[in-house]
Design a protein around this ligand. Structure first.
Ligand SMILES: Cc1cc2nc3c(=O)[nH]c(=O)nc-3n(C[C@H](O)[C@H](O)[C@H](O)COP(=O)(O)OP(=O)(O)OC[C@H]3O[C@@H](n4cnc5c(N)ncnc54)[C@H](O)[C@@H]3O)c2cc1C
Length: 426
């Protein structure tokens, strides 16, 4: 199929990948409507992409080695035992690339073909299907906050977990709050030298290729290095999962508290939890983070019964939100775009394209949401007594969470998706 006009609502990871896919597929006009002004490079911190998913996405032309990345090979599961680094519960293979969110976004943005029109600071108020073209052909209309309306042959909702496009595709689907949050923080890795007195030089105490998951009753802290904005100056990235302080936060409706906006009470709370639960090295590491580089994200899941309706299509987090324990959100978003481009090339009509995309990505998204819930339940909500865990038990506990699926870090693109059994009723 060649030609047609496509609007992509949201210009983040999924939005850039879909804009590139539509332009390469042969759309006559592709417009990205992004509500934020300017570059998105300061948003978010670290994320990881499984080596196998990277290879698939590189083969599809979305990622390449020109986007800065950091190699991770092992993950150490640890728990406090009075020693500076804690007791090693399990040394797990961890074949992932870590990225700085902003650098990944910039790389994807730079790889969108020059024909794509990026309109920043242009928020969308709503979308609807229409057959109101002069010749009666179906399409979709975008209503802009600035007042106007524009018609396209297809509208892609890549507008994240609070998607306005999703409210038109399946209004019944809403993100569900998992009951806990994560604090996230980052700082230049050279600051780790301040911890040498606790466990020796940083690269020996915590090798650069190792991720760490430090476990405690009711939560965990995941840490790894990522590339810095300046070449050769990596950063430390951490994600601390725990229930929020009891008072004052309304998290049932999807929300987030961006860097710099977390109150002193919220940053003090994570410092207190770290002090109370983490081995001294990791607690002191959290304390190296400047308050303005600390932010809070409530954890949500979202499973949509469908991701297309008429000429509307959902992508990335607008379609499904998977708890971050699965380390798959960015890869999933770009895989959605690869499936969309493939479907475009194989389809003779918009209807074929939308039906093929729905068939290929619907089940994959739902299976990842279920797996993310399982991982969150097992690792945070119903975590085991860590004092009883040794390498064999921890590995068996991990296998139980995966329940035979190969979905950790995202599913292989071409293999059939094995749905994961839902979490046990609590
Ligand atoms: C704590 C945490 C850790 C994570 N770790 C990983 C990891 O290790 N690996 C991984 O792969 N993924 C990870 N993820 C998930 C990953 O960040 C996302 O899944 C991925 O970035 C896909 O995002 P997206 O482009 O679909 O949506 P988003 O990044 O949310 O982008 C949506 C865009 O739409 C714009 N927008 C929204 N509404 C409108 C509107 N009305 N009009 C115009 N524009 C609009 C927004 O400004 C934004 O730019 C993690 C997530 C969290 C919360």
């Amino acid at each position: 199929m060649l030609g047609g006009t496509v609007a992509v609502v949201g210009g983040s990871i999924a939005g850039c990948a879909f804009a590139a896919a539509a332009a390469r597929g042969g759309a006559r006009r592709v417009v990205v409507l992004e509500r934020s002004y300017g570059e998105l490079t300061d948003r978010g911190v670290g994320l990881c992409v499984h080596d196998d998913r990277y290879a698939e996405l590189a083969a599809a032309g979305h990622l390449d080695d020109g986007i800065a990345w950091h190699r991770l090979t092992r993950r150490h599961w640890l728990a406090a035992d009075g020693s500076p680094l804690g007791r090693l519960l399990w040394d797990q293979p961890f074949p992932f690339r870590s990225y700085h969110w902003g650098l990944l976004w910039r790389g994807l943005r730079e790889r969108t073909p020059a024909t794509v029109e990026h309109r920043l600071g242009d928020p969308v108020a709503g979308v609807r299907n229409t057959s109101a073209a002069a010749d009666g052909t179906p399409g979709a209309v975008v209503r802009l906050v600035s007042g106007g309306e524009e018609r396209f042959d297809l509208v892609v909702g890549a507008d994240g977990y609070r998607s306005v496009v999703r409210t038109a595709v399946c209004p019944e689907a809403r993100p569900g709050y998992a009951g806990y949050v994560c604090w996230r923080g980052s700082f230049p890795a050279e600051r780790l030298a301040a911890l040498d007195h606790l466990a020796g030089p940083a690269d020996l105490a915590w090798p650069a290729e190792h991720a760490a998951t430090v476990c405690f009753p009711g939560g965990q802290c995941v840490l790894y290095r990522i590339p810095g904005q300046e070449p050769g100056r990596p950063m430390v990235n951490w994600v601390f999962y725990a229930p929020p302080p009891a008072a004052g936060l309304r998290l049932e409706d999807p929300t987030s508290i961006p860097p710099g906006a977390a109150t002193e009470e919220l940053t003090a709370h994570v410092a207190l939890l770290a002090e109370r639960h983490l081995p001294p090295y990791w607690a002191s590491l959290i304390a190296l983070t400047p308050p303005e580089r600390t932010f809070l994200q409530p954890i949500y899941d979202l499973d949509t019964p469908r991701r297309t309706s008429g000429r509307l299509l959902l992508a990335g987090d607008a379609a499904t939100v998977v708890r971050p324990h699965n380390t798959s959100g960015a890869a999933k978003a770009v895989q959605d775009a690869v499936a969309f481009e493939d479907a475009w090339r194989r389809s003779a009509s918009w209807e074929d394209l939308l039906a093929t995309y729905e068939r290929e990505r619907g089940e994959a998204g739902r299976a990842l949401v279920t797996l993310g819930r399982r991982l969150g339940r097992a690792q945070v909500e119903q975590a085991p007594d860590w004092t009883t865990m040794d390498p064999a038990r921890t590995a068996a506990w991990w296998d139980e969470q995966l329940a035979g699926t190969a979905g950790f870090g995202g599913h292989a693109f071409r293999s059939p998706v094995v749905p994961v059994a839902g979490p046990p009723a609590s």
